[in-house]
Ligand binder design. Sequence first.
Ligand code: EPZ
Length: 431
Amino acid sequence: MAEKFVIHGGQPLRGDVAISGAKNSVLKLMAASLLTPAEIILNNVPSLSDVDVMKDVIAYLGCEVSQNDNTVQLRARELTSVEAPYELVSKMRASFTVLGALLGRCGEAKVSLPGGCSIGKRGVDLHVKGLEALGAEIEINHGYVSAKAKALTGAEILLDIPSVGATENIMLAAVLAKGSTVISNAAQEPEILDLANFLNTLGADVNGAGTTEIVINGVKPESLTGATYSVVPDRIEASTYLMAAVATHGDVTLHNVFATHLSPIIYKLQEVGAEITTVSPNSLRVQCPERPKATNIVTLPYPGFPTDLQAPMMALLTTAEGVSIIKETIYENRFKQIGELKRMGAEIQQEGNVAVVTGVEALSGAQVRASDLRAGAALVIAGLQAHGTTEILDLHHLDRGYEALVPKLNSLGADMIRVPVEEDSPEKAAI
Ligand code: EPZ
């Protein structure tokens, strides 16, 4: 049944919140688990619909999957299929990462072209070129990528752009390849480092992850064992809470975070006037009693300002003092929140990939619709700071990436509920 959030805004967020494991890491660790027949136990797994989709994808391929709270057990003793079908892959782009793992383990794979949030073109040409360089023969037909390789051989691969997904797919395929693979201009996101650490725990030989050059020395299949591994904290979820705290002039302490992964955000939030202090190695406090000031943002690959936080940051800046300029350089279509924020009283002019945000004194509650995951997070931040009541529709987008959003925010003093959209109501008819 369709549901909506109802938020009575205006309360500063105050208190403590624990950050969950990273969506964009755990999905790839689950794909990587297909490389070994041994048992894998993943801890700190967030409860998210995207994780459920990935469980379905790997279970379809023959992996045994079970879950107990935030722990997931995986065992791909034998893979019974090398084909990941459209019905599953179209739900979530991250499932495309099974391509590299299947190719590495089985020498063949047939994976549907991916889906995911509709925020831009999101090609797979770099994934394909990288796997071809390792010796795979690839055909793209009828919406499927089919890859075959008698034996994968290490190669030097220079990525045109530091694509996260392409870096991961190539890493997974290279783990069991013959010889060494060097990925230059590799993505440096913390999730890449988490994947490398996980692979090394299994017995792979991956070096340099977290820098622009990753070297994967191929190992024999029998070198890979099982592992127990804890997923890295979600820097995007953590940053969303930091921004919500600043936007509501609050005082929030985050637990289970890696502050170094939050550097680009901490830097910008300090620039708008927030005070951020390290309370303990994995805890961070943010305070912002005054109205934040405007700033400028350009989205870039890590360690630049993340595209995934452009919309939440825009929501914060709608009420900052002054004019902010936001430039989105990663995706062509990631400003879908603008129309909804304007319905709440924001003043934003968009010209191509640049948005000019003129801070207003306050937003006013309205009924709005989440168009994708992070645009949805932006609307939550807007609703928390707005005067009056905000209703957010299309919550399935938010369920993909924010574990226990309502209880976490309410524990910080928000006034927010999740309720069914009534049958035959106008909002239901519009969905
Ligand atoms: C990952 O997507 C994340 N998703 C995204 O988060 C995130 O926005 C993105 O990295 C950038 O940080 C997951 O990890 C599941 P890319 P990915 O390949 O791997 C172009 C969220 O909200 N490109 O680095 O798909 C592409 O079109 C999601 O949690 C090609 O042109 O991102 C895009 O413009 C949304 N050809 C840019 O590169 C390719 O072959 C970056 O994409 C691959 C990518």
